[in-house]
Design a protein around this ligand. Structure first.
Ligand SMILES: [Mn+2]
Length: 412
């Protein structure tokens, strides 16, 4: 089972005298008696394969040996009456491969015993922080509580410890991303069949997400971006409330999430089913950059190297189209980066500067955003880095403009 392998890699990478504590987390409150949908901590999921709130994973490495324990809530018949069956010890054991399963009520005394009897010098909590002004995450709060009780130990970051492991996907993880990509393909094919001028952007979003859900992807990898015309020029436009006008392009950046693994695909379609000659010129240039990146991607390069490839192709092309005078001005129309890793998270754990290794899954997403022409085009594929290059996981999601026009002209 792959999550056991994930844990083994972690134990091999941390020094003796370490404890790992990772909370699955709890749902976050919205207003009154409502909560956001539960999102499991990614490190917890990576190490256990479980997606249930309030669970706690603990591992202790001393004397060259590691013991691991999973704490789960004891089933409560009243809670089960309202929200369904709670996990059992057997169920949690079979998913995680962790032999020792205890109830969360035992957690404080278990920690106390380890801390008083073992030589534990450092304790790993997930201390990742995204924005400086964010509220502290649940695991960070728990880390602070722990530190108050045991000030002699050094806090270490479990997120940082997991990054080098999570960068390289194993066979099971790759299969889940393949499934997610395939569901996304079917969602996009449905959108191509239903897309018409006069529709609202949210209708295209609904057509995509409808297909994903029907195929068992109960979550999207991220908020669907459906930007038509000038809205396609905003990289993370998720408002999706405008009409898709005749003659405009619809940029769709979206992805199904399957088995808690993401896909991340962008396609740009003509609302009418046919690209104008000018749209086609720009589309062809973005496609050229997209193909060049896939041809370049291989072990040993960094994501920055791939972005340099994209910038070169786009810069030359923009000079050729007369949109810029010097290649260095490519940033006027291309203002993001071409690649990020993909996995449990859509922008998955990676360190910029790390070199690609076989098993990385990354995006390939050049784009051009020309406000004055109300034209935003991005084409995004998902690549699996192999021994000597890459495999385009999304190769079956059509992107050739002739094929798109042919597919769309077939109608329903
Ligand atoms: Mn992306």
């Amino acid at each position: 089972m792959s999550v056991s392998e994930h844990r083994k890699k972690l134990y091999d990478s941390i020094p003796d005298g370490s404890m790992v504590i990772c909370h699955a987390g709890i749902p976050v409150h919205t207003n009154e008696d409502d909560y956001y949908g539960f999102e499991v901590n990614s490190q917890f999921f990576y190490l256990t394969g479980l997606e249930r709130e309030s669970m706690i994973f603990m591992a202790v490495k001393t004397g060259g040996k590691t013991s691991e324990t999973l704490f789960i809530e004891e089933a409560d018949p009243l809670a089960e009456r309202w929200t369904g069956k709670m996990p059992t010890k057997d169920g949690a054991r079979s998913v995680s491969g962790i032999e020792q399963i205890r109830y969360t009520t035992d957690y404080p005394s278990a920690v106390g015993r380890y801390m008083s009897r073992c030589r534990i010098e450092r304790v790993y909590f997930d201390l990742y922080r995204c924005g400086e002004s964010d509220l502290p995450d649940y695991n960070a709060v728990k880390a602070r509580e722990f530190e108050d009780k045991y000030p002699a130990v050094t806090l270490c970051d479990l997120h940082a410890a997991c990054v080098p492991l999570r960068e390289v996907k194993d066979g099971d993880e790759i299969e889940l991303v393949r499934r997610a990509v395939d569901i996304t393909r079917r969602g996009l094919e449905y959108v191509m069949k239903t897309l018409k001028p006069g529709m609202m952007e949210y209708e295209a979003q609904a057509d995509f997400e409808y297909t994903c859900r029907r195929l068992g992807a109960v979550k999207q990898a991220f908020g669907t971006i459906a930007g038509s015309g000038k809205n396609g020029c905003m990289m993370h436009y998720v408002t999706n409330r405008d009409e898709i006008r005749d003659g405009s392009l619809l940029l769709l950046d979206l992805g199904a999430k399957y088995g808690n693994y993401c896909s991340d695909i962008t396609r740009t379609y003509p609302a009418s089913g046919r690209f104008s000659p000018r749209q086609r010129q720009i589309y062809d240039l973005v496609l050229k950059a997209n193909i060049a990146v896939a041809q370049t991607a291989r072990p040993g390069l960094t994501l920055r190297d791939l972005n340099d490839t994209a910038k070169k192709v786009l810069g030359e092309g923009l000079v050729g189209l007369g949109l810029i005078e010097r290649e260095e001005d490519v940033g006027k129309y291309y203002m993001h980066s071409v690649s990020h890793s993909i996995g449990i998270d859509v922008h998955d754990a990676d360190f910029s500067g790390d070199v690609l290794r076989p098993g990385w899954i990354i995006s390939d997403e050049p784009g051009l955003y020309i406000d004055e022409e109300e034209t935003g085009i991005r084409i995004e594929d998902d690549l699996l880095i192999t021994e000597d290059g890459c495999e385009v996981l999304s190769r079956d999601i059509i992107k050739d403009p002739d094929e798109i026009e042919r597919f769309m002209s077939r109608g329903e």
